[in-house]
Design a protein around this ligand. Structure first.
Ligand SMILES: *[C@@H]1O[C@H](CO)[C@@H](O)[C@H](O)[C@H]1NC(C)=O
Ligand SMILES: *[C@@H]1O[C@H](CO)[C@@H](O)[C@H](O)[C@H]1NC(C)=O
Ligand SMILES: *[C@@H]1O[C@H](CO)[C@@H](O)[C@H](O)[C@H]1NC(C)=O
Length: 439
């Protein structure tokens, strides 16, 4: 009796399994993007029953006992919203920030997101440059009042404008500044130029868990140098295994944001993001402090200033973080091997970038390790209005052994005006005595 009931249950479960596989295949041709996301959920869901257990080295009985009963283990949550290229379109930017919950209908910070990230290219191809940069600074201030953070990035177009490469500037946009000279002043020593220098970086590393420190805490940590095996270009997989710090289960619980992409062959990935941001800040300073060359066109391309270092030239070239497109254009096979190297070196688990648009929606590759969020939001393109949303939760689990166990879960979704798609829904169990100061 009991065994026949068991067999019946087994038959139902097997049936469900095949039904779900069938559903998956049936939809494959129809909604490629959605099924790519679903199939990744499906694959991850199948491992969810037995989450990967990572034991922190510091989790000796000693370390655990030292946790005082007066510091109870509390759940931690973090909500991040990221938006790609905005290109001079305030109206569409407002729509996106509103449906993703970052702002209310007045364009004021709601406090719903802990972090709002914009990956650059606010300028060019539209007339709302001044309004957009002004709005970003007002959001930054509003956010700070309630413990929120706006992370802003320079795109290749911001740097082009600082160089004097004005090929994509609308004449009507120049009128919003008054004149060419007024525009040059505003983006160098004026309000917008100073905001770029003070509040914009080329890239960022955003920890999902505060145990790793505030945004842009460098990886590897200066006091824990990580030695990478030399890249012999032959066996990516073998090499990969040595990159992760097995003693620190949260070491890669972080995201990177950049405009173009972090190329696996770019020389200055580490320490991340400190090295890239230092180069970007010195290049920007060079550009903003030189006598402004007459813009191109009609004048010839001014190029980078005399004295620009070799590393700064590399920063701005096609393989550098402002321009790189390999994560959008490489084959799946190449991208999914290369991404491991970059994630390992940058202390992150996924890379989020703009720059290479897909007008139909956010592109997720290699199980969400590469996410491209430029969907051509500006009316200049007429692409999809989109935002990326990340919900991170870190929840203590009761267990008889009294060990400090946690469930770490990260849900990454693409948000559109009329729908949402889950790109990643991953969870794992982590053991360790993680301490942090609540923000
Ligand atoms: C919120 O939006 C309204 C309407 O635009 C504006 O008057 C107000 O100053 C905003 N609040 C803050 C704190 O900026
Ligand atoms: C940069 O951000 C800070 C914090 O919101 C603000 O006080 C400062 O004015 C901003 N800088 C510029 C030049 O806008
Ligand atoms: C690299 O290491 C990560 C983390 O251990 C693993 O998830 C991934 O599958 C590895 N990739 C390759 C190409 O070996």
């Amino acid at each position: 009796m009991a065994s026949s009931r068991f067999l019946a249950l087994l038959a139902v479960l097997i049936g469900l399994y095949f039904a779900s596989r069938f559903e998956l295949h049936k939809t494959l041709g129809v909604h490629e993007r959605a099924t790519a996301a679903f199939s990744s959920i499906f694959r991850q869901a199948s491992t969810e029953q037995t989450p990967e257990v990572v034991i922190a080295e510091q989790n000796s009985q000693e370390a655990f006992k030292s946790a005082t009963p007066s510091s109870p283990r509390r759940p931690f949550t973090r909500h991040i919203v990221a938006v790609g290229d905005l290109h001079g379109d305030l109206g569409n930017a407002q729509t996106v920030l509103q449906f993703s919950g970052v702002v209310d209908s007045f364009g004021n910070w709601t406090g719903d997101a802990d972090f709002f990230v914009q990956t650059g290219d606010i300028i060019d191809r539209g007339d709302d440059t001044i309004k957009l940069f002004t709005w970003m600074e007002s959001l930054r201030a509003q956010a700070a009042k309630v413990g929120g953070v706006v992370l802003s990035h320079l795109g290749n177009h911001e740097v082009m404008n600082a160089i004097g490469d004005w090929r994509y500037v609308y004449p009507s946009e120049i009128e919003t500044f008054g004149s060419v000279a007024a525009r040059q002043k505003m983006i160098t020593t004026g309000r917008i130029g100073r905001a770029w220098a003070q509040n914009y970086t080329a890239t960022s590393r955003l920890p999902l868990h505060p145990h790793l420190g505030p945004p842009n805490t460098p990886f590897p940590p200066p006091d824990h140098p990580v030695h990478f095996k030399k890249d012999d270009g032959e066996d990516g997989e073998e090499e990969n295994s040595s990159y992760y710090d097995a003693n620190e289960p949260l070491s890669h619980s972080a995201l990177s944001f950049v405009h173009g992409g972090l190329s696996p062959t770019y020389s200055n990935l580490a320490p991340f993001p400190t090295k890239i941001n230092a180069l970007s800040s010195s290049l920007l300073h060079r550009l903003q402090s030189r006598p402004q060359p007459p813009p191109h066109p009609p004048s010839p391309y001014p190029g980078l200033p005399h004295g620009t270092t070799h590393e700064e030239v590399e920063l701005y070239d096609a393989n550098g973080p402002f321009w790189y497109r390999g994560w959008a254009t490489d084959s799946e096979a190449k991208a999914c091997v290369d991404v491991e190297k970059v994630l390992a070196r940058t202390g992150t688990r996924r890379m989020i970038m703009g720059h290479t648009p897909d007008f139909t929606g956010i592109v997720s590759r290699c199980n969400g390790k590469i996410i491209i969020i430029d969907t051509g939001i500006s009316h200049a393109y007429g692409g999809a209005l989109s935002a990326l949303s990340i919900h991170y939760t870190f929840t203590p689990v009761d267990n008889e052994a009294g060990e400090p166990r946690w469930i770490e879960r990260e849900v990454v979704s693409a948000l559109y005006v009329d729908r949402q798609e889950i790109i990643v829904d991953q969870e794992r169990e982590v053991v360790g005595d993680f301490r942090f100061n609540e923000v």
